[in-house]
Design a protein around this ligand. Structure first.
Ligand code: ZN
Length: 231
C-alpha cells in the first residue's frame, strides 16, 4: 500500500483562478492555489481527488511499495549492493557495510524508502562532485559551486553564476555517460547556450558529444522501477 497522503507541494499563484492539481515533472504532485491553504484544507483537497491521484501515481510507479529491491546496482560507481531486509523492527534503520557492499534494512518499507533515498543521495554526493572537480582541474575550468540533488528530468544544470547541479540519478548511468554529463555542464562555464561554439568546445573534450547527448535522452530507461518511491 502506498502511504497517504503522498508527497506533495503547495504553490500559491496569484494567477490561478481556482485550485489546480497537477503532476509536475520535477516536483511531483503539486497543488496550485490562488490563496494560502491550511494543512487541513490541503488534506481535504487531496482526499477529494484521491482516486485521480492514485491512478496517476500507479502509472508513474509500477513497483509495489511493500517490496524492497534485492540488490542495488550503481553502474556509475561500479558497485552492486546486496540487501537484507528485517521487517520486524519498531523504527527504520539502514546499515551500510561498504567493504561487502551490503545493506541491512530494518523496519517497514514505508519507513525504509526515504532512508534509502537519503543513503543513495549521500553516495552520489560522495562520488560525483570529486569526479566533476577532477575534470574541471584537467580542463582548467572553475565552477563556483557543485551540488547534488534528486531531479526528475535533467541530468545536470549550470547556472549563470557557474554553479553546477548534478542529478543523483546519474548513479544509474555508465561511467562514460556520467563523464559526458560532467563535461557538458563544465563546458557551459565557457558557453552558456547550446550554440555551435558550445558543441565544438564540448567535442574537443568528449569525442562524439552529440551522439552521447542523444543517448542520454533515452537513458532514463535504465533507472530502477522503484526510484519514484524514494523521492
Ligand atoms: Zn546543456
Amino acid at each position: 500500500m502506498r502511504a497517504w497522503p503522498p508527497p506533495h507541494t503547495v504553490r500559491i499563484s496569484s494567477r490561478a483562478k481556482r485550485l489546480l492539481l497537477r503532476f509536475h515533472p520535477e516536483k511531483g504532485l503539486e497543488i496550485v492555489s490562488p490563496r494560502r491553504l491550511s494543512a487541513h484544507q490541503v488534506h481535504e483537497v487531496l482526499d477529494a481527488h484521491r482516486a485521480w491521484i492514485e491512478q496517476h501515481l500507479s502509472k508513474l510507479c509500477q513497483w509495489p511499495a511493500e517490496r524492497l529491491p534485492e540488490a542495488i546496482d550503481l553502474p556509475a560507481l561500479g558497485q552492486c549492493w546486496s540487501l537484507a531486509h528485517v521487517p520486524d523492527a519498531p523504527s527504520g534503520r539502514l546499515h551500510a557495510d561498504a567493504q561487502r557492499q551490503h545493506l541491512t534494512l530494518q523496519g517497514t518499507p514505508a519507513l525504509l524508502w526515504p532512508l534509502l533515498g537519503r543513503w543513495l543521495l549521500h553516495q552520489a554526493k560522495l562520488h560525483l562532485p570529486p569526479r566533476l572537480l577532477e575534470h574541471a582541474r584537467q580542463q582548467g575550468l572553475n565552477p563556483s559551486a557543485v551540488s547534488v540533488r534528486w531531479a526528475r528530468s535533467r541530468w545536470g544544470s549550470c547556472s549563470h553564476q557557474g554553479r553546477i547541479s548534478l542529478n543523483a540519478r546519474l548513479l544509474w548511468l555508465s561511467p562514460q555517460e556520467v563523464d559526458y554529463v560532467l563535461l557538458h555542464e563544465l563546458t557551459h562555464l565557457e558557453h552558456f547556450d547550446h550554440s555551435p561554439a558550445f558543441w565544438q568546445a564540448l567535442e574537443e573534450r568528449c569525442l562524439g558529444a552529440r551522439q552521447w547527448d542523444r543517448r542520454l535522452r533515452k537513458a532514463s530507461a535504465c533507472l530502477p522501477g522503484w526510484l519514484p518511491l524514494i523521492q
